[in-house]
Design a protein around this ligand. Structure first.
Ligand SMILES: Cc1cc2nc3c(=O)[nH]c(=O)nc-3n(C[C@H](O)[C@H](O)[C@H](O)COP(=O)(O)OP(=O)(O)OC[C@H]3O[C@@H](n4cnc5c(N)ncnc54)[C@H](O)[C@@H]3O)c2cc1C
Ligand code: SF4
Length: 489
C-alpha cells in the first residue's frame, strides 16, 4: 500500500487488464479484469484530493469519490466500501458500465490538466466486488418493521435502488415485472461482455433474502390491473423504463430481415442464460454467418455490433448519420467495437432497404455532411446531393432509440399525466406523479438515459415515498387511528 495520495506525478494511469480483441470475440465474458489490490491502491493514490472535487460533481450520485480513493490508497477497503455504498445502491454495476469519460472521470481535474484521469470506475468496481467476496454485504435487516407496503412496477435499476432503500427503512416491498428474470435492462438489454449476469443476480438475490418479494411474469395492466395494485399497496412506484423502439421509415423497412435492437439483444441474453429461443434457432435473431448492418450511433448500437461479432457474423458495419465526434455512444465502447473488427460508415443515413418482404439483400445509404456550427456550436447534417451507395446485408438491426409506452392507456389511469415526450410527469423537484401515492422514477420519467441516473432517481423516489407515508400516518394519528399511527417514526 502506498498510503499516500497526490502521486499522479510518479504513478502513471493504468486501466485494468483488457482481454485482447481476438480472444474476447470468441465469448461473452466481461472484457475487463478486476484490479488487483496493489493496482487499485496505486491508482487510487494518484488522486489529487481536490478541495472542490469536480469528479463528485460529474457523478449523478454525487459519490464521495476522493474519500473512497484515499481509503483505498491506504488499504482500508472495508471503510472505502462503507463510504461508496452510502450514496449508491449499485456501485459495482455503475463502476462497470457508467460512461465515465462523460461523467466522473471526464470531470477529474487531472484529466483536465493533462495528467490523465484517476480510474474512478474501476476502483469503485474493485471496492464493491471485494465487499461481496469478503461477505461485508449482507441481507438488509431494518431497525424497525413497518406495516405499510409499496408496490414497485419494474425490476430495473430504478426499481432495485428504490426497493433497497425502502426495505432498509422497514417497509414491505413487492416488485412486479413482466419479464421472467429481474434486473430490467441490466439483465436483458446490456450484454454480458459489459456486465456479467451473476453481478446483477447477486444484488437481486440479496434483496430477495432481505424480504423483498419479486413477482415475475406479471404484466401490470394485463395480468394485474393498476387499480388492483393501488388497492393492495400504500404507495406505488412506476419504474417501467422505455420500451417503444423507434423504427426506420424508408422504403423496404418492413422486411423480416430488419429487426429491432432490443428484440435482438434480449434474445442474445436469453440464449446466454441457456434458454431455447425459436427466433434464435431459426436464425431470424442470430447473426451467425451473416453480413450485418446496424443503424444507429448510441450505446445500444455498439452493444448490437459487438454481440453480432461474438455470434460469428461474417462482417459487421455500423451506419451512423453523423461523424465519430458527434456520436451519442461512449467513446470507450466505439473503440472497443473498432478493435473487435466492426466497420463504421460515418455520415451515412439509410435511404432504402434492398430485398423483399422476407429477406434483405442490402441497404442504400445517403452520404451526409455536417453543416456550419450554429450559435451554440452545434452542427446539423445535410444530404450530399447524388452521393449514395449500397452496402450488402442479410440482417439489418435498427438501434434508433426508445420512447415510452402509453402508460395512462396501458394502466387505464388517465390521471397519470405525461409530458409531450410521453414520459410520466412528476411534481417539480420530487417524484410523485399527479396521482396521489403514485411515484415514478428512471427512464420512464427522464427518457432513455443511464443506469446511474435510474439509481439516483430510484433512491430519491424512495425518500419521497418515505416522506409521503409518514405524512399519511401522521394524518391518521390526527384522525385518531392510533393503531396505524403507532408505527410512525
Ligand atoms: C441495449 C442497451 C444498452 C445500455 N447500456 C448502458 C450502459 O452501458 N450504461 C448505462 O449507464 N446505461 C445503459 N443503458 C441505459 C440503461 O440500461 C437504462 O437507462 C436503465 O436500465 C433504466 O433503468 P429503469 O429501471 O428506469 O428501466 P429498465 O432497466 O428498463 O427496467 C424497467 C423494467 O420494468 C419492467 N416493466 C415495464 N413495463 C411493465 C409492466 N407494465 N408491468 C411489469 N413490468 C414492467 C420491464 O420488464 C423492466 O424489467 C443501455 C440501454 C440499452 C437499451
Ligand atoms: S456512479 Fe458512475 S459517474 Fe459516479 S463515480 Fe461511479 S462510475 Fe463515476
Amino acid at each position: 500500500m502506498t498510503g499516500e495520495t497526490n502521486r499522479f506525478v510518479i504513478e502513471k494511469k493504468k486501466t485494468p487488464q483488457k482481454t485482447d480483441a481476438k480472444t474476447r470475440i470468441t465469448n461473452f465474458n466481461e472484457i475487463y479484469a478486476d484490479f488487483k489490490t496493489t493496482e487499485a491502491s496505486h491508482q487510487s493514490s494518484r488522486c489529487a484530493q481536490c478541495g472542490v472535487p469536480f469528479c463528485q460533481h460529474g457523478c449523478p450520485l454525487q459519490n464521495n469519490i476522493p474519500d473512497w480513493l484515499r481509503l483505498t490508497a491506504e488499504g482500508r477497503i472495508e471503510e472505502a466500501y462503507l463510504i461508496s455504498s452510502a450514496t449508491s445502491t449499485l456501485p459495482e454495476i455503475c463502476g462497470r458500465i457508467c460512461p465515465q469519460d462523460r461523467l466522473c472521470e471526464g470531470s477529474c481535474v487531472l484529466e483536465q490538466s493533462g495528467w490523465e484521469n484517476v480510474t474512478i470506475g474501476s476502483v469503485e468496481r474493485y471496492i464493491n466486488d471485494m465487499a461481496f467476496e469478503n461477505g461485508w454485504i449482507e441481507p438488509i435487516q431494518p431497525d424497525v418493521e413497518r406495516s405499510q407496503s409499496i408496490g414497485i412496477i419494474g425490476s430495473g435499476p430504478a426499481g432495485i435502488a428504490a426497493a433497497d432503500r425502502l426495505r432498509t427503512l422497514g417497509y414491505k416491498v413487492s416488485i412486479y415485472d413482466r419479464y421472467d428474470r429481474p434486473g430490467g435492462l441490466l439483465t436483458y438489454g446490456i450484454p454480458s461482455f459489459k456486465l456479467e449476469k451473476h453481478v446483477v443476480a447477486r444484488r437481486t438475490d440479496r434483496l430477495a433474502q432481505s424480504g423483498v418479494e419479486f413477482v415475475m411474469n406479471c404484466d401490470i395492466g394485463n395480468d394485474v390491473t393498476f387499480e388492483e395494485l393501488r388497492d393492495k399497496h400504500d404507495a406505488i412506484l412506476v419504474a417501467t423504463g422505455v420500451y417503444k423502439a423507434r423504427r426506420l421509415s424508408v422504403p423496404g423497412c418492413g422486411s423480416k430481415g430488419v429487426v429491432a435492437a432490443l428484440d435482438y439483444l434480449i434474445t442474445a441474453n436469453k440464449v446466454g442464460f441457456g434458454d431455447e429461443i425459436e427466433d434464435f434457432t431459426s436464425g431470424r435473431l442470430n447473426a451467425k454467418g451473416k453480413t450485418v448492418v446496424v443503424v444507429g450511433g448510441g450505446d445500444t448500437a455498439m452493444d448490437c455490433v459487438r454481440t453480432a461479432t461474438r455470434q460469428g457474423a461474417k462482417a459487421v458495419t455500423c451506419v451512423y448519420r453523423r461523424d465519430r465526434a458527434n456520436m451519442p455512444g461512449s467513446d470507450r465502447e466505439v473503440s472497443n467495437a473498432e478493435e473487435e473488427g466492426v466497420r463504421f460508415e460515418w455520415l451515412s443515413a439509410p435511404k432504402a432497404v434492398l430485398g423483399d418482404a422476407e429477406t434483405v439483400e442490402g441497404i442504400k445509404i445517403q452520404r451526409m455532411r455536417l453543416t456550419t456550427p450554429d450559435a451554440q456550436g452545434r452542427q446539423g447534417i445535410e444530404d450530399i446531393h447524388g452521393a449514395e451507395n449500397d452496402l450488402p446485408a442479410d440482417l439489418i438491426i435498427e438501434a434508433l432509440g426508445f420512447e415510452p409506452e402509453n402508460l395512462p392507456v396501458m394502466f387505464n389511469e388517465p390521471g397519470l399525466e405525461v409530458t409531450r415526450w410521453g414520459t410520466i410527469r412528476v411534481m417539480a423537484g420530487e417524484f410523485q406523479t399527479m396521482v396521489p401515492g403514485v411515484f415514478a422514477a428512471g427512464d420512464i420519467v427522464r427518457g432513455a438515459s443511464l443506469v446511474v441516473w435510474a439509481v439516483r432517481e430510484g433512491q430519491d423516489a424512495a425518500a419521497d415515498i418515505h416522506h409521503y407515508l409518514k405524512t399519511q400516518l401522521l394524518a391518521a394519528a390526527n384522525d385518531g387511528d392510533a393503531q396505524l399511527a403507532g408505527v410512525a417514526e
